[in-house]
Ligand binder design. Structure first.
Ligand code: DAH
Length: 340
């Protein structure tokens, strides 16, 4: 004969007290109340008893079953409350905790300088365009009127990819692309990367940036060029700077010039920044050569134009007192952060 119901109850109570998880509790239920459980066995075995015995045992067994069920329910809700409390503890979120600082980067000084130059020319009515960094010999040299033996074509200056394809050495090829794709009046600047086989030092880098400018319209003269670039220098470096133009040579302009501005640091007296001369060279410029206009399909009887090109690194270094061009490419956050 199986254990007595009250013994089973005591046993179940003891097991439930020790049960720690919902799985433990379920194991107790199966052990006593399951199809093959101990209490179920008692109820099944009653067939062999006398009616009185059967009644007595039946009442007891049913009472014990009810009691175990109640205990299990109580334990279960306790267990799930504990589990929930544990989860709440583990997932606790303090919504009053101050947020963690998320460090934001800064725009690179070269980007900032290009944006500043672009903004000034946009105020003067220019639009901003771009051209490919991988160029053809035609756009980078031939169409820009560079003589076949021009030294800049040299393998020692230019990164050639094939005989006809190279990394542009200047942004000037964008002039040709613009002349070919648009009709006058043309008024664009073209910022971008350029490449030359220079060995890196404090003022040279094999990759650097230029901003090209091109204006083509009827009746454009050197006076327009001077007025425009003088305005640019003043907006970029301060209203006090003055400019002067020195004759120079570029294949794609005639006449050509370099523009110097009075030193914005010493006002022209001579200092470290202007190397004692009072003047700082900031860009190359000139009247667009008729050969260049022709390649671009422009009627040279009707239109004239001027062009200019400046080094972005040089302007950024001057303006912000950066003493070594390599700072721009090392991306040391201590450097970058100074220009946030
Ligand atoms: N492309 C020249 C250079 O890399 C810069 C330049 C000079 C551009 C005169 C021009 C210009 O458009 O008119 O040295």
């Amino acid at each position: 004969m199986a254990d007595k119901p009250e013994e089973l109850l005591a046993e179940a109570e003891a097991l439930l007290t020790g049960a720690a998880s919902e799985a433990d509790i379920e194991a107790v239920r199966i052990r006593f109340l399951g199809k093959k459980g101990a209490l179920t066995a008692i109820l099944r075995s009653m067939g062999s008893l006398s009616p009185e015995e059967r009644k007595e045992l039946g009442l007891k067994a049913n009472a014990v079953r009810d009691r175990i069920e109640v205990l299990i329910e109580e334990k279960k809700s306790g267990a799930s409350a504990t589990a929930q409390a544990q989860r709440f503890q583990a997932e606790k979120l303090d919504v009053t905790e101050p947020g963690r600082a998320f460090p934001r980067g800064t725009r690179h000084l070269i980007t900032q300088t290009i944006d500043e130059i672009s903004r000034i020319f946009m105020q003067l009515g220019y639009s901003v365009t771009e051209g490919p960094e991988v160029e053809t010999v035609f756009y980078n040299f031939d169409a820009l009127n560079a003589a076949p033996n021009h030294p800049s074509r040299d393998l020692t200056d230019t990164f050639y990819i094939t005989e006809d394809i190279l990394l542009r050495t200047q942004t000037s090829p964008v002039q040709i692309r613009t002349l070919q794709s648009t009709k006058p009046p043309i008024k664009v600047i073209a910022p971008g990367r350029c490449f030359r086989t220079d060995t890196p030092d404090a003022t040279h880098s094999p990759m650097f940036h230029q901003v090209e400018g091109l204006l083509v319209d009827e009746g454009v003269t050197m006076a327009d060029l001077k007025g425009t670039l003088d305005t640019f220098a003043k907006r970029m470096f301060g209203e006090d700077v003055t400019t002067k133009f020195r004759p120079h040579f570029f294949p794609f302009t005639e006449p050509s010039a370099e523009m110097d501005m009075s030193c914005f640091v010493c006002g022209g007296k001579g200092c470290r920044v202007c190397k004692g001369s009072g003047w700082i060279e900031i860009l190359g410029c000139g009247m667009v050569h008729p050969n260049v206009l022709k390649v671009g399909g422009i009627d040279t009887e009707r239109y004239t134009g001027f062009a200019f090109g400046m080094g972005v690194e040089r302007i950024a270094m001057l303006k912000h007192g950066v003493d070594d061009i390599r700072h721009f490419y090392e991306n040391d956050v201590r450097f970058m952060k100074q220009f946030g």
